[in-house]
Design a protein around this ligand. Sequence first.
Ligand SMILES: [Zn+2]
Length: 303
Amino acid sequence: MKKNIFILFVLITLFNCKSDKQDNGKLNIVTTTSMITDLVKNIGGEYINIEGLMGSGVDPHLYKASEGDVTKLVNADIIFYNGLHLEGKLVEVFEKMGSQTKTPIALAEELDKSTLIGSDYFASNYDPHVWFNIEYFKEFANKVTSILSEKDPINAVNYIENEKKYLAKLDTLQGKIKAIIETLPVEKRILVTAHDAFNYFGKNYGFEVVGLQGLSTATEAGVQDVQKLAAFIIDKKVKAIFVESSVPKRTIEALEAAVKSKGHEVSIGGTLYSDALGNAGTIEGTYIGMFEYNVNTIVNALK
Ligand SMILES: [Zn+2]
């Protein structure tokens, strides 16, 4: 608690000292999750400076701002984050900044909320994992392009051109994914993962989705949750379950052990990238690569 107050104090002090000038004539952008960082890099290209706070394997639900992060946030010309309480521990910092001259942009909160998946148990009342709907991610791209163009009109033509190219790649991705998923029989489309990150994915591609932990990783699964899900897996003859790169493996391993202790077989089908991309330079290190990698992993393991 004390630390939070300190961070807010630093924030306010730095805000008051900060001039509006951009370094080297380029906008300084700060982003939170690696999915958003990748998106903004695609649109902004060489025309922006960008700093992503959360690298590969980082869980946004639990991520707390360091003092270094606060300085980066304060020095940013624009901040893009997911919102809908995904970055649960950053909310206080962002709310404080929202009352200052620069408002951080919560991309998921710009979406038409009546189309989102609701939740009575999650702080925002909506499932925040919206990037697993490619159409929503295209809306993120639209918003980023319009904000960059507005703040840096000289380069607007470049941002618009980059967006056009990126949207075309997202359309190609959508086509590829649908084709891969069509090879998996409908009755085998059951996706069991560490936490509830794949509801939008499930809705779009016809999967029944079950997460061992809820929408946030902040609450751990109990013994009862594990037993209940083990019974479900046995009943539905689910072949494989999946770990996530940003959630400790032990919960899914406990589930695997619970199924096996009842004399049934289930395998761990691989690691999915849910709330963070893979390492930079790998296929899973981009949003497009991550999506294709996940779908291949899921389909191969469940077939
Ligand atoms: Zn999550």
